[in-house]
Structures are given as C-alpha cells and as structure tokens.
Design a protein around this ligand. Sequence first.
Ligand SMILES: C[S@@+](CC[C@H](N)C(=O)[O-])C[C@H]1O[C@@H](n2cnc3c(N)ncnc32)[C@H](O)[C@@H]1O
Length: 222
Amino acid sequence: MVRATKDAVHHPLFARFYARLSVSAEPKVGPLRDELLAGLSGRVIEIGAGNGMNFSHFPRTVSEVVAIEPERSLRQLALESALRAEVPVDVVPGAAEALPVKSEAFDAAVLSLVLCSVRDVRRSLSEVRRVLRPGGELRFFEHGRGGGRAMRTAQRALDRTVWPLLFGGCHVARDPVGEIRAAGFDIETVKELVTPTKGPRLPSSYYVTGRARRPELGDLRG
Ligand SMILES: C[S@@+](CC[C@H](N)C(=O)[O-])C[C@H]1O[C@@H](n2cnc3c(N)ncnc32)[C@H](O)[C@@H]1O
C-alpha cells in the first residue's frame, strides 16, 4: 500500500491568505523583487518559493531555477506560475532544513520572506551554504526584529504566543542578517526598509534586503 506522505509544512488557511495578499501587494513589492534578483545568472535555487511570486522577476541570464516549496497548495500555485515564467523553473517539494538537492550545485540561492517561517534557521542556512558552490551568491529579502525597545519586546512576546499560529509559522523577532553572517556567509550589501513608511509601525514592518556570498574554497573563514 502506498501511504500519502505528510507535508513538511501544512498551513492551508495561511496559504490561501498569502496567495491573495502577495498578488495584491505586487505593485509595491514587485520592484523589490526585481532588485532582489537583478543580475543573477546560472543555476539558482529559491527556498520557500510560496506561490511563485518571484518567478516572473528572474532575469533571462538565469539558466534554471529550482524552487523548493513544502506547502502543498502554495506549491500547486507555484507550478502554475512556473508555466508563465520566462526562465525554466522546476518546482520541488522539500524543506529548507533538508534541501533535496546535491551539494555545491547552484550559482546562487534566494531567500525571500522565508527565514521568518522556517523551523530551524541555523540548519536552513547551513543547507543553503551546502548547496551553493564556493563563491556562490545568496540574495535575501527578509523581515525581522526592528524598532525601539518597546517594539522589540512586543515582537519577542508575539513570537512566543500568537504570531506563528496566525501567520503560518512566521516570526517577527528574528535577526536574518546576523544569522546569515553566523552561518559563514560574507555579507556584501544590506539595505534596511520599513513599511509602511508613514503611520504606525507593525511588528512585521522591518525588512532587510541584500547580498551575501559563500566564501571561496581556501578562504579560512569558509
Ligand atoms: C511568506 S511566504 C513567502 C513566499 C515567497 N518566498 C515570496 O517571496 O513570496 C513563506 C514561505 O515559506 C515557506 N516555508 C515555511 N516553512 C518552510 C521550511 N521549513 N522550508 C522551506 N519553506 C518553508 C512557506 O510554505 C511559504 O511558502
């Protein structure tokens, strides 16, 4: 008998919510996705690709995208987005903590609004490092801790209570840049963004986007 395997991530309500939210946010977020992916080339892995909102933003210099997505309904939507993409995109089930691909197989990796949601940030980043070739590039667009002391306290309290339950395992008090550096990447650029720019800030208002690199072989930090 063949048993149905359990998905690594199962958040059907959040998946439906995110599929709508991400499409309606595209006029604002689209330019950030363009900036995130500009200039990439060769083989690229995107981890936690969701419904595939990045796919139409990959430049044609990319020869292939392997898009890992653990949530079944988002993965189905990603498959549809892949058909419309201008570069070949292979949508694959899997989780960041155990990427189902060979070591050193990719020129670049993309993390876009996903480190907030993975179960184990360190293991996930160690996997990203494993699958990137030495000298390979990591592009990231993430949200995390920010604001003053009161906001950071609130973020930590939310992470321990309702936020992950309401938003598909998302956390708001993580430190993506610190974690990427701690995983052995060289940080090359970081840009901080706060959205909305006016009015009250939300716990999820603090974004970072940038580039990091797996050190070349022979670099003792690697
Ligand atoms: C906020 S969505 C972002 C989707 C997409 N990257 C984007 O930029 O629109 C977070 C994504 O992370 C995925 N995710 C959650 N846990 C994960 C894990 N352990 N490994 C890989 N992806 C995961 C979710 O299924 C979801 O697709």
